[in-house]
Design a protein around this ligand. Structure first.
Ligand code: PGA
Ligand code: ZN
Length: 415
């Protein structure tokens, strides 16, 4: 038995926005070392697992020393001596130790840091890459990257209400070409903005964040950038949106687009999306409606005829995905590890999603780190889609760079 957990140690570090987050290191008796740093959202869903923050003055209330202490104290005591390759048992042990439904006692940020670090340590101990450890011999699909090259909503201080305008290089022959295509479009967009005298400053996910007249103008600019880069919109590169409409949902069931100060009924909003889909090569929309509007999502699926992704709607929670499947409320589930809090539960959510004939889209958070775990997770699950922001800023490119490494490893494997 050489994969035994010998030591677990967490510290407080910073995420890409400079807010504190949890970094964990797990050492096994054979010397194998696993580490992980957890991400953090801005447009978080109400049904997400609990992110434990200290409150008080340090880091304006956002310090995570209690979560760190929970790793170094109770979690370490419960897990030291266990076999690191028993991921389910380890995650179950932490869930039991926490004892709450949303991981609010220990903190999902504490639990997830350990869960991820344990799986890395186990993979290292077995001498196999993380994606193969998590996914097995048939974990081979490199995902199509959905790169968020224009930021709005809660991720930018510009006047765009839609949070993410993404490009999808669906015509790429392989992953390296997909990355190159996105970079070409991103650079073409930058040049266009510059030529128009607009801001080329970037938002939280590395996308440009200019002030524009509205959604349509943003989409027109993206189509222009795709063409300028030498690609055919809708054939080589398509567009995807993350509306993050939970941010707009009002108690009375209407939607208020805060930056444009525009109020819409659910029906008007769906009709607005239909018009956008008719006018632009959009083939995926995430969170078009509020996080509890299962019914509205069902209507959206019926009328949109494209991929409808649930993020805040599902929060990577198998129970909510089950409800959504019964009601046909989406066609894809966004998978974010820290929305549910353990690797095992996220894997279970992916399995359910795929077994039900839906797509899983593996995702970063707007607050990210140097940790590229989700790149391996995307390959492990053969999800086929990943969103990890623009091809800019190391917190985003770390994921694409890890996928480039995996692509190369696979090419050599097959050669
Ligand atoms: P978040 O944004 O990490 O701020 O929640 C990402 C998303 O909504 O998909
Ligand atoms: Zn989202």
């Amino acid at each position: 038995m050489k994969h035994i957990i010998e030591d677990i140690r967490a510290i407080q570090v910073l995420d890409s926005r400079g807010w504190p987050t949890v970094r964990c290191e797990v050492r096994l008796t054979d010397g194998a070392l696993g580490w992980a740093v957890v991400p953090s959202g801005a447009s978080t869903g109400a049904h997400e697992a609990y992110e434990k923050r200290d409150g008080g003055e340090a880091y304006l209330g956002r310090a995570v020393t209690q979560a760190v202490d929970n790793v170094n104290g109770p979690i370490a005591r419960a897990l030291i001596g266990l076999d690191a390759t028993r991921q389910l048992k380890i995650d179950d042990a932490m869930i039991a130790l926490d004892g709450t439904k949303n991981k609010s006692r220990l903190g999902a940020n504490a639990i997830l840091a350990v869960s991820m670090a344990v799986s890395r340590a186990a993979a290292g101990s077995l001498g196999i890459p993380l994606y193969r450890y998590l996914g097995g011999a048939y974990a081979r699909t490199l995902p199509v990257p959905m790169m968020n090259i224009l930021n709005g909503g809660a991720h930018a201080s510009n006047n765009l209400d839609i949070q993410e305008f993404m490009v999808r290089p669906v015509g790429a022959k392989d992953f390296p070409e997909a990355v190159q295509m996105c970079v070409h479009v991103y650079r073409a967009l930058g040049a266009l903005l510059k030529a128009k005298g607009l801001s080329t400053g970037v938002g939280d996910e590395g996308g440009f964040a200019p002030d524009l007249p509205g959604d349509e103008a943003a989409l027109k600019l993206l189509v222009e950038a795709i063409e300028r880069a030498g690609y055919r919109p809708g054939t080589d590169v398509t567009l995807a949106l993350d509306v993050a409409a939970t941010e707009w949902a009002q108690a009375d069931g209407t939607y208020l687009l805060p930056k444009q100060n525009r109020r819409m009924t659910r029906e008007a909003l769906i009709a607005h999306y239909e018009a956008l889909i008719r006018s632009f090569p959009i083939d995926s929309i995430e969170d078009p409606l509020g996080e509890d509007d299962f019914e509205g999502f069902t209507e959206m699926v019926k009328r949109a005829g494209i991929q409808v992704v649930g993020d805040d709607l599902f929060t990577t929670n198998p129970e909510r995905v089950e409800k959504g499947m019964k009601e046909k409320s989406a066609t894809a589930v966004l998978i974010k590890l820290n929305q549910i809090g353990t690797v095992s539960e996220a894997m279970q959510c992916v399995r359910m999603t795929q077994a039900g004939g839906w797509q899983a889209v593996i995702s970063h958070r707007s607050g990210e780190t140097e940790d590229s775990f989700i790149a391996d997770l995307a390959v492990a699950t053969n999800a086929g889609q990943i969103k990890a922001g623009a091809p800019a800023r190391t917190d985003r490119t770390a994921k694409y760079n890890r996928l480039l490494e995996i692509a190369d490893e696979m090419a050599r494997d097959m050669g």
